[in-house]
Design a protein around this ligand. Structure first.
Ligand SMILES: [Zn+2]
Length: 386
């Protein structure tokens, strides 16, 4: 069957839907009447916002052009950066590690080429030999969530530059190995710069469909194809032709499962937006350590984020706080890999297009949250290895 786009496929949910909750939809003029009929037909109350997304996109692009894009723009930690500049900055940061007695390296993850030719780059960081665990922090599995990538790059920058001088940085690195994948969806991220700023999925050319892309955060082999994901290639939450079908998923699965060295304990997958910390599992069940550790760690992080700038976040089981989801990376990290802790923060902002002045604020509050979570994990006994 050839999948044609329906009105449901063409409107863009700017925040995922959850029962009883509110969601923003971006609807083109062409689809407006059909979409309104759909809402009326289903007795769904709505308000038409006067927000001009086109103007927000234009303003963002003009500021990027003013920085010299594409030829003379350079990496700027207070701005959003291109895929190429981010990948170069990972090498630059790795080269600074020796100055502070850190051992860092970068590598492109092996595996089949991605659909549009990019590669996943990982940054490794270790500061000691004592028995320890490994932590994975990652972002941009959804391409348009630029603030997530900028926040994680700045947290990495802070850790490289603060080791030995900043107490929190030093405590974290003295106790854990860290691995960062700041662009989990490099084809998609490239596409948000080249073609479509609001692109979410990867760039698979779906056979028999007019629509591109698999939602990489519905493609993992954990409750794959269950409620909370779509079998339609045109959907923003299309789960793909088979579990871990995508080369991005395969690269991450191979990296995580073939990891030798200190055993994994924590995954943080950073998303935007909505001010949430979402915790497995997406099918409304709770991991076995929810009451014996995971819940405390979650709430410690939540409180630390909220206290930074006196904001309100919703933190807890992802299905109860936000929506049902399946095949998601954090569920796979806990259920299949056996990590004891996994979180998906959905950062500040009222859209995917945010002013760069939010980057330092986001970095500060998320850093405080992550420090609180890691310190909470540290006092809970876990098997450690050299
Ligand atoms: Zn996301």
């Amino acid at each position: 069957m050839y999948h044609k786009k329906t009105v449901e496929d063409e409107v863009l949910a700017l925040k995922d839907v959850h029962p009883g909750g509110q969601v923003d939809y971006l609807v083109s003029g062409r689809n407006f009447d059909d979409f309104v009929s759909l809402l009326n037909g289903n007795h769904i109350p709505y308000q038409v916002s006067t927000r001009d997304i086109a103007a927000e996109l234009k303003k963002e692009w003009q500021s990027i052009l003013a920085r010299g894009y594409p030829h003379t723009m350079v990496y700027d930690k207070d701005q959003f950066n291109t895929r190429e500049d981010i990948e170069a900055e990972l090498d630059n940061l790795a080269s600074q590690c020796a100055d502070v007695n850190l051992v860092c390296s970068t590598e492109y993850l092996p595996g089949p080429p991605l659909h549009e030719g990019q590669q996943l780059k990982v940054f490794h960081m270790t500061g000691g030999q004592s028995p320890r665990n490994s932590i994975l922090w990652e972002s941009l599995i959804h391409a348009r969530e630029w603030l997530a990538g900028a926040t994680l790059m700045n947290i990495l920058d802070k850790m490289v530059k603060g080791y030995g001088t900043d107490d929190d940085v030093t405590t974290l690195i003295d106790n854990y190995d860290f691995h960062f994948i700041t662009i989990m969806n490099p084809d998609g991220y490239q596409h948000t710069w080249d073609d479509d700023r609001l692109w979410r999925k990867n760039r698979r050319d779906n056979e028999g469909s007019a629509c591109f892309g698999v939602d990489l955060n519905r493609n993992y082999d954990c409750n794959w194809s269950e409620p909370g994901a779509s079998d339609s290639p045109c959907s923003e939450t299309y789960y793909g032709p088979s579990p871990a079908s995508e080369p991005e998923s395969e690269a991450v699965v191979n990296f995580v499962t073939s990891h030798t060295g200190p055993a994994w304990i924590m995954d943080v997958s950073i998303h935007t937006y909505g001010k949430y910390i979402l915790v497995p599992y997406g099918n409304c069940t709770y991991p076995s350590n929810w009451l014996t550790g995971l819940r405390n760690v979650t709430m410690s992080g939540c409180a630390a984020i909220e206290q930074t700038f006196n904001t309100d976040w919703s933190c807890g089981n992802s299905c109860e706080v936000l929506y049902e989801a399946s095949g998601i990376s954090t569920d796979w990290m806990m259920e299949t890999v056996g990590m004891l802790y996994a979180f998906a923060p959905e950062l500040r902002g009222s859209g995917f297009v945010v002013d760069p002045d939010q980057i330092p604020l986001s970095t500060e509050e998320v850093w405080n949250g992550l420090v609180a979570m890691v310190k909470a994990i540290m006092v809970i006994p876990s098997p450690k290895h050299n």
